[in-house]
Design a protein around this ligand. Sequence first.
Ligand code: GDP
Length: 363
Amino acid sequence: MKLGIVGLPNVGKSTLFNSLTHAGADAANYPFCTIDPNVGMVYVPDERLKKLAAIYNSEKITPAVIEFVDIAGLVKGASRGEGLGNKFLAHIREVDAIVHVVRCFEDSNVVHVNAQIDPVSDIETINLELIFSDLEIIERRIAKTAKSIKTDKKLQFELDTLNFIKNELENGICARAIIFDDEQITFVKSLNLLTYKPVLYAANVSEEGFLSGSDNPYYDKVVELAAAEGSEVFTVCAKMEEEIAELDEDEKNMFLSDLGITESGLSKIITAGYSLLGLISFLTAGPTESRAWTITKGLKAPQAAGKIHTDFERGFIRAEIVNYDDLIRLGTYNTAKEAGLVRLEGKDYVVKDGDVILFRFNV
Ligand code: GDP
């Protein structure tokens, strides 16, 4: 999972990004990761791995990871190429979901680009740049489709859909807020529009407001806007996250419980991101490592195996699966097997969250 952090300058993006990636997952474990200061790998907290590792005597634990990209520099005019705008837009095109940081804190020491705090206008400024960029894509596609349509009547459906989207975008509506039918959804997904990506609005509130849970009219405005387009909102206090990031695990838990908070901003983003993107984790375990793997809900066993290695998918024979809770309840893999709780599943099996899987495959 790859999340891009966007927002106007000075809203707290880098503060949040730095605190999220402070602990930093060890990049060496994740060969797909490019070393880039604006990219941070973050572990997905998963309590199950510790217990699994104890059962299997695993040498190490490897949690799933989320890649965060700090996409700074998105300013008014970005879609016209101002301030390296297009480069940033290209970065956004590669992410699975967007974390849109919105300033909801007051601090006279931190300058706001528009001289006043107005989350709705801030969000609209960013969204408008994304809309402009999508419009460019749609218009190019319309021109291309209109040319070939004479020879291919099926393209009429695409052209109609493109024109429909164009009209909505021109009215300032993000593609994710448009209601499409199933056939349109498949087509729209293939367009990879920026405004079709799921968004989590991170309302960056002040420390006082965050702790007292007191009313924050800026936050309320964000909630209203998000509801209208079917997006999620959560509160963070980037400044506090920055302080928490400096602490070790024990200190962190103590700090959070002193404040009466159960969840850090990081785990809130991860939980929300998982649910937003329809993700689940399956587990693998053995003496070498206990590990969690992130997949999309609905994925079948061979494709899940492919997340580990393409050979696993190509040579897939079957999966031996025990549910995590059953395994913990019975204590060992063998007792679970004796109890008939280790299942042999074939290529049509849909993997579930918490499946502990051993893949059998031909090389
Ligand atoms: P970016 O331009 O969006 O990446 O913003 P930065 O993370 O660089 O933050 C801009 C300024 O706002 C810095 O001086 C931060 O210390 C400050 N800042 C960030 N988050 C908060 C917050 O939650 N409360 C307050 N008071 N200041 C913050």
